[in-house]
Design a protein around this ligand. Structure first.
Ligand SMILES: [Mn+2]
Length: 274
C-alpha cells in the first residue's frame, strides 16, 4: 500500500523511498517495521493540511516502495540508499529505518550539490567517532556527516543527549540547540545552501512519540516543529527523511500516525504543486 496521496507520475516532483533497516540499533530495535507502519497509518490522515492550506492531491509525488536491505551490513545498506537517491530525479523523501540510512542520502546529494548543508532534528548528538567499536551506526551518523561535509555546514536541533566529548565537538557545528527553534546563527550558515533535513522522531517528546528506540525526555513539541517547518519552507530543501520510528515500542500506534502527519507536512512544505 503506497503512502497517502502518492500516485504514478512520469516525472514525480518527490519520491518516497522506504529504508527498512535497524541492524545497528543498540537498545530497542524495530525501526525496520516503520515504512510499512507509517504507510498504513497515513490512511488515518487527510491529504489536506488546514495549517498550510495545501493538499497532497495537488502534488505529483510517488512512493517507490522499500529498498531491499535484507542481510546488508551498515556500509552495504548506506551504499544501496546512496545509489537509489542518486538515481532519483525528484525530491527524495526517505522513510527509515534507523538513523544510519541518512548518510546514504547525504552522500548522494553532496555529489549533486557540492555546497550541501544538513539540518538534523534529533534528541541525540550522534557525534561519536565509534560506538562499541563500530564506525557505521545510528550513534555515529552525524559524525560521519560532519566528516563528509565539515561541521560548519551541519546543524542539530532538539538535541539533549550526548557525552561530554560529544557536546564539546558540537561547538564546531553551525548550531547545536535543545529547542526546536531554528536560531539565527544556523539560518545564516544555511542561507542560500541546498539543505537536507533529517528528522529523527526522538527529537519529539516521548509523551508525543513513544515509539522509538532511545526515547529522551524534554523533547520538542509538534508546534515547535510546525514553526520550524514554516522557516524551512522558505529554504531550498533538496532532500529529507524521517527516521527511528519503532512501531513495536508503541502499541498505541500514535508514533506512526504522527510520522505520517509529519511526512504530509514536509511534502506540502517542500514540494510545489506542478
Ligand atoms: Mn536520536
Amino acid at each position: 500500500m503506497p503512502f497517502l496521496g502518492a500516485g504514478v507520475h512520469a516525472r514525480p516532483a518527490a519520491v518516497l523511498i522506504g529504508a527498512p533497516y535497524d541492524a545497528t540499533s543498540t537498545y530497542r530495535a524495530g525501526s525496520a517495521h516503520a515504512p510499512a507502519s507509517i504507510r498504513w497509518a497515513s490512511e488515518s490522515v487527510e491529504t489536506y493540511s488546514p495549517f498550510q492550506q495545501r493538499d497532497l492531491n495537488d502534488l505529483a509525488f510517488s512512493d517507490s516502495g522499500d529498498l531491499d536491505l535484507t542481510g546488508c551490513s551498515a556500509e552495504a545498506m548506506v551504499e544501496r540508499v546512496r545509489a537509489r537517491v542518486a538515481a532519483t530525479a525528484g525530491l527524495p523523501v526517505l522513510i527509515g529505518g534507523e538513523h544510519t540510512v541518512t548518510f546514504g542520502a547525504v552522500a548522494a546529494l553532496a555529489e549533486r550539490h557540492p555546497d550541501l548543508g544538513v539540518i538534523v532534528l534529533d534528541a541525540h548528538l550522534d557525534l561519536l567517532d565509534e560506538y562499541e567499536g563500530v564506525r557505521w551506526s545510528h550513534a555515529t551518523v552525524l559524525r560521519r556527516i560532519t566528516d563528509r561535509l565539515g561541521p560548519e555546514r551541519c546543524a542539530v536541533l532538539g538535541a539533549r543527549s550526548g557525552t561530554r566529548d560529544e557536546w564539546a565537538a558540537a561547538a564546531s557545528l553551525a548550531a547545536a540547540v535543545r529547542t526546536g527553534a531554528l536560531p539565527t546563527s544556523a539560518l545564516v550558515a544555511m542561507r542560500g545552501r541546498p539543505i537536507y533535513l533529517s528528522v529523527d522522531i526522538d527529537a519529539f517528546d516521548p509523551s508525543i512519540a513513544p515509539g522509538t528506540g532511545n526515547p529522551e525526555p524534554l523533547g520538542i513539541s509538534v508546534g515547535e516543529f510546525a514553526a520550524l517547518l514554516a522557516v524551512l519552507a522558505e529554504c531550498r530543501i533538496v532532500g529529507c527523511d524521517l527516521v527511528e520510528v519503532s512501531p513495536p515500542c508503541d502499541p498505541s500506534g500514535r508514533t506512526s500516525i504522527l510520522a505520517a502527519w509529519l511526512l504530509r507536512e514536509m511534502l506540502l512544505a517542500f514540494v510545489r504543486p506542478g
